[in-house]
Design a protein around this ligand. Structure first.
Ligand SMILES: NC(=O)c1ccc[n+]([C@@H]2O[C@H](COP(=O)([O-])OP(=O)(O)OC[C@H]3O[C@@H](n4cnc5c(N)ncnc54)[C@H](O)[C@@H]3O)[C@@H](O)[C@H]2O)c1
Length: 331
């Protein structure tokens, strides 16, 4: 079975390709290797994937319409795991067009490829950020999410809507996954877990927003990847997933995939302090525009569909992250 993974040089894409390798799939990974964060880390992830003979890489921008058409024609994929996107909430305030190109045009190109080549199952990344300022926790996929507080969140919600329309019109089986703050080895240097680890190891202050009064449903990378590997084989059928939206009969599904336990930001920082053996110097700051004070995933629906139960708690996960960081960056 041939699988396309978009964003394969990214944090989650690299981990998914590693996990699926050796399981009878032929994997083609694409990425445009943009410099939103340290490109050397993206190259290092690709180098790490070279050990798998069933994973091959092609450099391609998903917003390149003709390039994407050729890719689908050339390979005849069976399934697609679409993870490439312009991520980051804060960056969407400075660079809105990057989000339109990758998350809207790019997502459309993926959908077009899927429908023209009768893909069996599209699994695509959404985000907990779609919940915006929702106060009722835990967040459920049946909650209204019509008031995004960042352009990033708006494009992720748009991805869900666009996918649903393709699923309805062309009977394209599609599953959206709302990821909740993923962390772990090979993690993103623009996200708090890696930023904090680096600064704490270097004895530099860390910026702690909303004076530390934040809760995040931190989810360890291996748990996310296991969830993706499982859901890839659970193909939504027509009329089956009528919970959201109520009247939809499209072969479409949408799930939260998080740990299901909100962790206070200061507790996460304490876990890094313990794992590194250094005390954090906290520079408390007000809330950032586009940010949200808490996230908390209701993962019951995903559990019912896949038997998913996250295994790694913050203490173990942060330990693994810090060990990887020290080794990779030679600290
Ligand atoms: N990491 C998280 O906590 C988190 C949370 C919610 C949602 N997500 C979503 O999960 C997906 C993967 O996130 P990640 O953390 O691995 O991010 P990442 O930035 O590490 O990976 C995304 C990869 O996609 C590539 N990419 C971006 N635009 C592209 C384009 N136009 N064409 C080709 N490649 C392109 C990037 O170069 C990068 O390697 C994204 O869709 C993201 O929005 C991640």
């Amino acid at each position: 079975m041939k699988i396309l993974i978009t964003g394969v040089a990214g944090f989650i894409g690299h981990a998914v390709a590693s996990r699926l390798s050796g399981h009878g799939y032929e994997i083609i990974g694409i990425d445009n290797l943009n410099d939103y964060y340290d490109v050397a880390l993206k190259y290092a992830r690709l180098e790490d994937l070279e050990k798998y003979s069933d994973v091959n890489f092609e450099r391609l921008d998903i917003s390149d319409r003709h390039g994407m058409e050729s890719l689908f024609i050339k390979h005849g994929f069976n399934r697609v795991i679409h993870l490439a996107a312009q991520a980051g909430v804060r960056y969407s305030i400075e660079n809105p067009h990057a989000y339109a190109d990758s998350n809207l045009v790019g997502h459309l190109n993926v959908l077009e490829g899927c429908r023209r080549h009768a893909i069996e199952h599209l699994v695509f990344a959404s985000s907990s950020s779609v919940y915006g300022m929702n106060e009722q926790v835990p967040f459920k996929t049946t909650d209204a999410v019509d008031h995004p507080v960042s352009l990033y969140a708006a494009t992720k919600k748009a991805n869900e809507l666009m996918s649903h329309s393709y699923s309805h019109l062309y009977r394209l089986p599609a599953t959206g996954l709302r990821f909740f703050t993923v962390y772990g080895p090979w993690g993103r240097p623009d996200m708090a877990p890696i930023k904090f680890t680096r600064s704490i190891l270097e004895g530099r202050p860390i910026q702690v927003f909303n004076n530390g009064e934040m809760f995040r449903d931190f989810t360890y990378i291996d748990d996310i990847v296991e969830g993706i590997a499982n859901i890839l084989n659970i193909i939504p059928k027509e009329g089956e997933h009528s919970k959201f939206p109520d009247t939809s009969t499209a072969p479409w599904a949408l799930y939260n995939i998080g740990h299901g336990t909100p962790v206070a930001l200061m507790d996460f920082i304490h876990a890094i302090e313990q794992a590194t053996g250094f005390k954090a110097k906290c520079d408390f700051q007000p809330m950032q525009p586009g940010d949200v004070p808490q996230t908390w995933a209701d993962t019951n629906a995903f559990f019912e569909a896949t038997g998913y139960l996250p295994k790694v708690d913050v203490i173990e996960g942060v330990n693994n992250l810090v060990n990887w960081y020290r080794k990779f960056y030679k600290y």
